[in-house]
Design a protein around this ligand. Sequence first.
Ligand SMILES: NC(=O)c1ccc[n+]([C@@H]2O[C@H](COP(=O)([O-])OP(=O)(O)OC[C@H]3O[C@@H](n4cnc5c(N)ncnc54)[C@H](O)[C@@H]3O)[C@@H](O)[C@H]2O)c1
Length: 391
Amino acid sequence: MENGHTGKHRVAVIGSGNWGSVASRLLASNTAKLPSFHDEVRMWVFEETLPTGEKLSESINQAHENCKYLPGIKLGTNVIADPDLESAVKDADMLVFVTPHQFVEGICKKLVGKLRPGVEAISLIKGMEVKMEGPCMISKLITDTLGINCCVLMGANIANEIAVEKFSEATIGYREDKEAANRWAKLFTTPYFLVSVVEDIEGVELCGTLKNVVAIAAGFVDGLDMGNNTKAAIMRIGLREMRAFSKLLFPSVRDNTFFESCGVADLITTCLGGRNRRVAEAFARNGGKRSFDELEAEMLHGQKLQGVSTAREVYEVLTYHGWQELFPLLSTVHEICIGQLPPTSIVEYSSLKVNLEDAIKNNLGFVKFSKTKHSITFQFLAKQGPGSCRC
Ligand SMILES: NC(=O)c1ccc[n+]([C@@H]2O[C@H](COP(=O)([O-])OP(=O)(O)OC[C@H]3O[C@@H](n4cnc5c(N)ncnc54)[C@H](O)[C@@H]3O)[C@@H](O)[C@H]2O)c1
């Protein structure tokens, strides 16, 4: 697969927020050096008017800096901001999707019939869409809407740290096309950004998606001054629920994926330093009296929180399958976010012991459960027939 005009690959980035800008900078540093890529990286900008009256895309092209989402960092003169989506992608054969997840579906619909044949995509987006027929990962949404192969890249990647070239790692997940995944790895790898490749697209994408919900829980713990032991416990319980949720939805998900950068490393960095943790801390300090929408607007200046909407989407999946009691942490985060429970519930509910291993092994479809203070009993229809487990 290569671009017909020059024999070189052309890269376009769809999104220009904090991570979108950093990713464009990193990619442009490589396209400038690697002979198999065209120098220029086109970056689609959701156009905004700055307080100065100037358009954001014009300001980026003049100063080579995104003064709203990544102030103080030069992107490189070969990053070209383009507010016209169609024009931004028209020559590209490698598309990088990096917008907040709630905007992807609309963007994909606009791109139908506008792409070059043989285009490859990668998604850096954390989140999922929940539809009537069940959860749909963003890479699948891109593949299904546009009919193109889509890998994912996730990892312990707080954008502002990569912007100043602090060492970090990332994981690319792919379905079948290893060659395409390796091409993406070559394009993203720098001495300060090491990329590994694994054949587990759902595992990688669900790690990146679910850790934002656990980060909200970690923020509650910080806001309630519960200390490091409690936070570590929440992270452990969260990782366990992430793994079980992923494996119940996609039995092909591999345990080893949780030990890649996209798994435990991203969970740690997000629970220590990310924006989801920070806003959730403020939510808990205010006793849940100020909404996440209000805090997001006040604290993030146009950046978007992903954890709260992902918690809602995960909850919809849990409700649909009757799995809420099996995932006390993931469920409780959503119930706190919507004001149904106080922030202090984060430890009460997470302390329940649930046997997720049985659930994964049997790939349950629950029909009935009963709950006491210390145990939950499920009766379920297992693959081999009806059974029950006490957790
Ligand atoms: N920032 C990070 O550190 C980081 C790291 C890894 C992954 N991610 C993921 O990357 C994705 C993008 O995050 P980000 O940090 O680049 O964005 P951001 O939250 O910094 O910025 C929000 C972006 O959304 C755009 N936007 C606003 N309204 C829009 C609309 N109606 N349609 C389309 N775009 C609109 C804004 O112009 C802006 O570019 C998210 O899925 C996030 O979880 C972020």
